[in-house]
Design a protein around this ligand. Structure first.
Ligand code: ATP
Length: 350
C-alpha cells in the first residue's frame, strides 16, 4: 500500500508521558464496534496513544442534548487529532451534518481515501489502486439553501480559487511523495462553466508546477463509466466535495464495499481519521461489521504519528488475513464476527 505524504505527518508535538493525546470518537451505529477494533490493533502495534474518549452525534445527543458537545470541541482543539467512527447526522438539527461541521470548524480541507484491491476479497475487479482526493469545505456542502417561493428552492454551489488551488496542491504533493504517476481532475465544467470551470483552471495552474506528474481531466459521468470498465487506468483522482462523496462510494464498490476503504481529513493544523462508510444501522450491535476500513484508517493515523513501519505491519496483517479468506465478516463472504476478524488481524501482526 502506498505511503502517506510527508506533508501530512504529525511532528509529535504535545506528547504526554510519551503518549500522544488523540481524541477518540466511537460514533454511532457500528462505530463503537469498528473503532473498538481499530483501538485494539493500534495497541497491539505498540503505539503509545493517550485516548481522550468523546461522544458526538446521536450518542452525544442522548447524553448531553447536542450532537457537538463543547467537551468534544475542547478536546479536538487540544489534541488536533482524532480517530472517529461514523456519526448519525439527522439528529443534528442545528447543523446539517456533524461531519461537515467538524471539517469546516477545523478547516480539514483535504479528504483522502486510498482505495485498493486485496487478494481474497470477492469482487470482479482486480488490481485497483487509486486514491480519491476530495475537497472538503465548500461546493454544495457550504449549506447555503433557501426557498425562493413555495415549491422553488435554491442550493448554492460555492467554489473558490483559494480552496481549489489548495486541494489541487494537496493532490499533486501526495502524488509526488507517494510515487504516483497521474492526477485526474473530475468535473462537469461543460455544464457548470463558472464553478467547475474555476476548479479546473486552478487545477491546471497547479499542475504546471508538477511536470513529472501526468495531469488529465474527465467529465464526472464519463469518469464513473471508466471507473467500472477500466479502474486500473486511474491513479490520483481530484474532485470537488459532492463528486468526491459520490465517486468515492463507487470506488469502494470496486474493492469489496464500504467496509474496505479508510479515510482521513487533513488540514494545516490537524487531522481526523475516519471510515468512508456510515453508521450502517441495519447491522449495528450485531458484531458482524467489517473492521477493515476502521483498521486501515488507524494505520493512516499510526503513520501520521510517525510510526511508518508499524503502519506497514498493520496493513500487511490486514492483507494476510483477507488473503486466507478465513476469519472474515459476512460482507466478505465469511462467517466471522467483528471481534474474531480483529483477533485474526492481531495474530497476523505477530
Ligand atoms: P448512514 O446514514 O450513517 O450513512 P447508511 O446505512 O445509509 O448509514 P452506510 O452506513 O455507509 O450507509 O452503509 C450502507 C450499507 O453498507 C449498510 O447498510 C451496510 O449493510 C453496509 N456496510 C457499511 N459499512 C459496513 C461495514 N463496515 N461492514 C459491513 N457492511 C457495511
Amino acid at each position: 500500500m502506498k505511503r502517506q505524504p510527508a506533508s501530512t505527518r504529525s511532528n509529535g508535538a504535545g506528547q504526554r508521558n510519551g503518549r500522544r493525546p488523540v481524541t477518540l470518537i466511537p460514533g454511532d451505529g457500528i462505530g463503537p464496534e469498528v473503532i473498538g477494533a481499530a483501538v485494539r490493533v493500534i495497541e497491539a502495534a505498540g503505539v503509545a496513544v493517550a485516548w481522550d474518549r468523546q461522544a458526538a452525534g446521536a450518542e452525544a445527543m442522548r447524553r448531553v442534548g447536542t450532537p457537538v458537545p463543547d467537551a468534544l470541541i475542547r478536546s479536538l482543539k487540544r489534541t488536533r487529532l482524532a480517530l472517529k467512527g461514523p456519526l448519525e447526522t439527522r439528529v443534528g438539527e442545528g447543523y446539517r451534518s456533524v461531519n461537515v461541521y467538524l471539517r469546516k470548524t477545523f478547516d480539514l480541507y483535504a479528504n483522502l481515501r486510498p482505495t485498493q484491491s486485496f487478494q481474497g476479497v470477492p469482487t470482479p475487479f482486480r488490481n485497483v489502486d487509486l486514491v480519491v482526493v476530495r475537497e472538503n469545505t465548500e461546493d454544495l456542502y457550504a449549506g447555503i439553501e433557501h426557498q425562493v417561493t413555495p415549491g422553488v428552492v435554491e442550493s448554492v454551489k460555492v467554489i473558490t480559487a483559494h480552496a481549489s488551488r489548495r486541494i489541487a496542491r494537496f493532490a499533486f504533493e501526495y502524488a509526488v511523495r507517494n510515487r504516483r504517476k497521474s492526477v485526474t481532475a473530475i468535473h462537469k465544467a461543460n455544464i457548470m462553466k463558472l464553478s467547475d470551470g474555476l476548479f479546473l483552471k486552478c487545477a491546471r495552474a497547479v499542475a504546471r508546477n508538477y511536470p513529472r506528474i501526468r495531469y488529465q481531466e474527465q467529465i464526472v459521468d464519463a469518469a464513473c463509466m471508466r471507473l467500472v470498465t477500466d479502474p486500473q487506468r486511474f491513479d490520483v483522482l481530484l474532485l470537488e466535495n459532492l463528486y468526491g462523496d459520490i465517486v468515492s462510494d463507487l470506488c469502494a464498490g470496486l474493492v469489496g464495499g464500504l467496509g474496505m476503504v479508510p479515510g482521513a481529513n487533513y488540514g494545516d493544523r490537524g487531522a481526523i481519521f475516519e471510515t468512508v462508510h456510515g453508521t450502517a444501522p441495519d447491522i449495528a450491535g450485531k458484531n458482524i461489521a467489517n473492521p477493515v476500513a476502521a483498521i486501515l484508517s488507524a494505520a493512516m493515523l499510526v503513520e501520521f504519528l510517525g510510526y511508518k513501519s508499524r503502519a506497514a505491519r498493520i496493513r500487511s496483517a490486514v492483507e494476510a488475513t483477507l488473503r486466507t479468506g478465513r476469519s472474515v465478516t459476512p460482507d466478505l463472504g465469511g462467517t466471522a464476527t467483528t471481534s474474531a476478524m480483529t483477533d485474526a488481524i492481531i495474530r497476523a501482526m505477530r
